[in-house]
Ligand binder design. Sequence first.
Ligand code: ZN
Length: 68
Amino acid sequence: MTLDSANKAPWHCAACGIPLEKAKVQIAYLGSAFPVDLLRCSRCGIVFIPEELALTRMAEAEKILEDK
Ligand SMILES: [Zn+2]
């Protein structure tokens, strides 16, 4: 396995069994919506948010809010 293939979305939708695809998803946080790249099932539309990613993105969102 190459490093490249290891980095490709390893997540599958538990319900559909198909690979999740990267998609822009609007995240609502502190009354504002932010477009975030997340893994989403193109069939049922479920969005997978890794806890680590969510925490990182939320931290970025807080910075964006503070800068405004
Ligand atoms: Zn699905």
